[in-house]
Design a protein around this ligand. Structure first.
Ligand code: HEC
Length: 275
């Protein structure tokens, strides 16, 4: 192989890109498994503005910035990281920013405005990632294109302090979807485990997006509606399924594996279609 061929060989170029610059797909997967339980997917800017500036976060009930808000903060906002004219250096600075932020959450600096950040929890989990993982994550955030996938709604809504079942029920009815209410709490280990291992699964996500609305309620701060409180056995997580018509189809105390949860979803689709 002469020199020209070597450097234009697509295979070699791909290998170089992967090892030096991180891998977008890997970064996307990592984000889905380790970050997306709090940082939800793409939401259009117009909806975000309405949510934060008009509705005091009661519209979307976000518990952390969405992925496109993170991307905005890092790439375009007033406190963006690095110099857009120098992408090479910038990538390294973004990796370093992420490392600092995730390993020293108590010292973190925010890239977003205080008006928005005040709606979020003020603690961040400590997350240690190795160099490859950080490179992949930086690659993903720098070249983020989630908006093209049309994921316009977060997978899960979070309710902390108040829970408007009527409003969700109306939405479920309009869209013919089954409402799942998850009783959860910030200290519930198995809730987080399910977020990480089950709700990050692409098949589960696809099913949820298609036929369900998933609402997580912090039962430490938020009273469950009477209909659900009666069935609640004080175990977190617990999942309550309500038909589009508002009938309580079933409830499942405890945490579930990917395959059990997929069966539960299917079972309730069957029940709702008989409803
Ligand atoms: C348990 C929930 C949770 C998880 C998991 C989580 N985050 Fe966060 N993250 C938050 C919250 C809440 C905030 C807002 C913190 C604040 O306002 O001080 C935040 C803020 C951030 C910010 C800064 C946004 C700003 O204000 O400038 C970055 C960057 C970030 N997270 C990256 C990540 C990455 C990358 C992962 C996965 C490896 C991750 N987070 C996992 C909850 C979480």
């Amino acid at each position: 192989m002469n020199r020209k061929n070597l450097f234009t060989s697509p295979v070699l170029l791909l290998l170089l890109t992967v090892s030096l610059f991180g891998d977008y797909k890997e970064g996307e997967r990592l984000f889905a498994s380790q970050c997306s339980s709090c940082h939800s997917g793409y939401i259009p800017e117009r909806q975000l503005k309405e949510n934060f500036f008009k509705a005091k976060n009661r519209l979307l009930n976000l518990k952390a910035p969405t992925v496109n808000m993170l991307v905005y903060g890092i790439m375009r906002g007033p406190k963006k990281i690095g110099d857009p004219e120098d992408p090479e250096m910038r990538r390294i600075e973004i990796e370093e920013f992420l490392r600092e932020y995730l390993e020293h959450p108590e010292e973190r600096q925010t890239l977003l405005s205080p008006e928005i950040n005040r709606y979020f929890d003020t603690t961040h989990p400590l997350i240690r990632l190795d160099d490859d993982a950080l490179a992949n994550l930086a690659q993903y955030l720098m070249h983020y294109s989630g908006d093209r996938h049309g994921r316009t709604k977060p997978l899960k809504r979070h309710y902390d302090g108040s829970f408007d079942l009527k409003r969700l029920q109306a939405e479920a009815k309009r869209s013919g979807k089954i409402l799942i209410v998850e009783a959860s709490s910030p200290t519930c280990h198995y809730c987080k485990k399910m977020d990480r291992e089950v709700l990050s699964d692409p098949e589960i996500r696809r099913m949820l997006r298609k036929d369900f609305i998933l609402a997580e309620v912090n039962v430490r701060t938020t009273r469950l509606p009477r209909k659900l409180a009666k069935a609640y056995q004080h175990i977190t997580p617990s999942f309550f399924f309500l038909s589009p018509g508002g009938e309580l189809l079933s409830s499942y105390p405890g945490s579930w594996t990917q395959s059990d949860f997929a069966s539960i979803l299917r079972e309730n689709l069957r029940k709702a279609s008989r409803d």
